[in-house]
Design a binder for this molecule. Structure first.
Ligand SMILES: NC(=O)c1ccc[n+]([C@@H]2O[C@H](COP(=O)([O-])OP(=O)(O)OC[C@H]3O[C@@H](n4cnc5c(N)ncnc54)[C@H](O)[C@@H]3O)[C@@H](O)[C@H]2O)c1
Length: 404
């Protein structure tokens, strides 16, 4: 029986293996992760990551076990240690080009008489729509050695995907093309976001509307409409903090949304972290509501270094007293001077903003970094509103922090 063993059951490994287990009943999938807590969660009813549709797929699938490893070199050494027969090692993480070569060296130097084929099969899923992306990917990319053994390994992995992905969407290349394609795709996507964010600043200065501009630009078939949404960057952070420092309106701030995007519980690289840290530095008290992110995660993100949360047993966060986390948007916004919408959760469109306004301190500010709300309606209620890439509220126009 073919056996697949993903090392790392996070936002990529968990959903990917759930889909492989569902679509390929002939393959045994055994999940391994350094984090015991993650494995315990995968085996429980409360999954360790939030991804729409994942719960339905994992229900009824089997159990996993945890390994005690820290870096990818150790992963390679562990594979060499435990391998008793020839193996295909699939690199799915986003790694520098030529990592496959380094992995191969570690494997061949640490095991005798066993042949390893290294494949690069970078993941292109987007969190929040990971299950859709996995069931219906734009493409699957498999890179391998150009030797007969390499081609055979490529074919073996291709057959796994062929259980549900049409053949014309499975691209096969050499190893380095596959590794580099993932980095190049990330760079192209980052450029689009940077470009539209730069345009949004121009929109605010000129009275143009970034949604209208992005729509008009995206209609060009050479450019296309996707990935042209402006969102929060450091500019927004400066705006909020400067308003706070110079005008003392922002002692109590409500944050709606802490995840880095909607329909995901992931907080890595979230803009909310920068905004919250800036506000805390300026001595604001913040009250946070996110439908998926727990208080424990938020406190860890605010106090610990990147990746430390992978070692929860010996590193506990020191609680930040100025921060409260609630599971209720109305509670978070109660008595606030300003509200910042920092994740594009659909439910933020449905909130009763009149009720929120009535319970806030005045003047009541609402800063929308994802263009979730209708600023016109909010202004009618009485809010002083800021929406990214939209013409500025007259009240904000002359503020020094907003001047470009
Ligand atoms: N998240 C995305 O949207 C996305 C998309 C495409 C590619 N990627 C790439 O995929 C890779 C994984 O990303 P992710 O979002 O799943 O990360 P993640 O942090 O959600 O998951 C990684 C998991 O690996 C585990 N782990 C770490 N070292 C281990 C080891 N030595 N042995 C076993 N388990 C170990 C961690 O405990 C964690 O559970 C990264 O290289 C990332 O850049 C991510």
């Amino acid at each position: 029986m073919v056996k697949i063993c993903p090392l790392g059951a996070g936002n990529v490994g968990g959903p990917t293996m759930a889909v492989i287990a569902l679509k390929c009943p002939a393959i045994e999938v055994v999940v391994v992760d350094i984090s015991v807590a993650r494995i315990v969660a995968w085996n429980s009813d409360v999954l360790p990551i939030y991804e729409p549709g994942l719960d339905d797929v994992t229900r009824g699938l089997g159990a996993g076990k945890a390994a005690d490893l820290t870096y990818w070199e150790s992963v390679a050494r562990m594979i060499a240690d435990v391998s008793k027969s020839d193996n295909i090692v699939v690199e799915k993480s986003t790694v520098p080009v030529k990592t496959a070569e380094a992995i191969e060296k570690i494997l061949t130097h640490n095991s005798e008489g066993i042949n390893f084929q290294i494949l690069s099969n970078p993941e292109f899923l987007a969190e929040g729509i990971a299950m859709q992306d996995l069931f219906n990917p734009d493409r699957v990319l498999i890179g391998g050695c150009e030797t007969p053994e390499g081609q055979k390994a490529i074919q073996a992995l291709k057959e796994v995907y062929a259980n549900w992905v049409p053949e014309d969407r499975i691209i096969t290349t050499n190893l380095w093309s596959a590794e580099l394609s993932k980095l190049a795709a990330n760079a192209f996507l980052a450029q689009r976001i940077s470009s539209v964010n730069a345009i949004s600043a121009l929109c605010e200065a000129t009275g143009a509307d970034v949604a209208e501009v992005a729509y008009a630009v995206g209609k060009d078939t050479r450019i296309g409409p996707k990935f042209l949404n402006a969102t929060v960057g450091k500019d927004m952070l400066n705006l909020g903090c400067d308003v706070d420092v110079q005008h003392c309106f922002w002692q109590e701030v409500a944050i709606l949304g802490f995840a880095f995007k909607k329909d995901a519980g992931d907080t890595r690289e979230t803009a909310a972290l920068d905004v919250c840290k800036g506000l805390l530095q300026d001595k604001a008290s913040i009250s946070i509501y996110d439908p998926q992110v727990t208080e424990d995660q938020i406190q860890r993100d605010l106090t610990m270094s990147k990746f430390d949360w992978d070692h929860p047993l010996h590193l506990q966060p020191t609680l930040v007293n100025q921060v409260t986390v609630t599971w209720d948007a109305y509670e978070a916004t109660n008595r606030a001077h300003g509200v910042c919408i920092l994740t594009e959760w659909g439910e933020f469109k449905q909130l009763d903003y009149k009720k929120i306004y009535d319970n806030m301190q005045k003047p009541a500010f609402l800063f929308d970094s994802w263009n979730v709300v209708d600023q016109e309606k909010l202004r009618e209620i009485g809010f002083i509103g800021y929406s990214i890439g939209k013409p500025l509220d007259p009240w904000l126009k002359d503020m020094p922090a907003v001047a470009l």
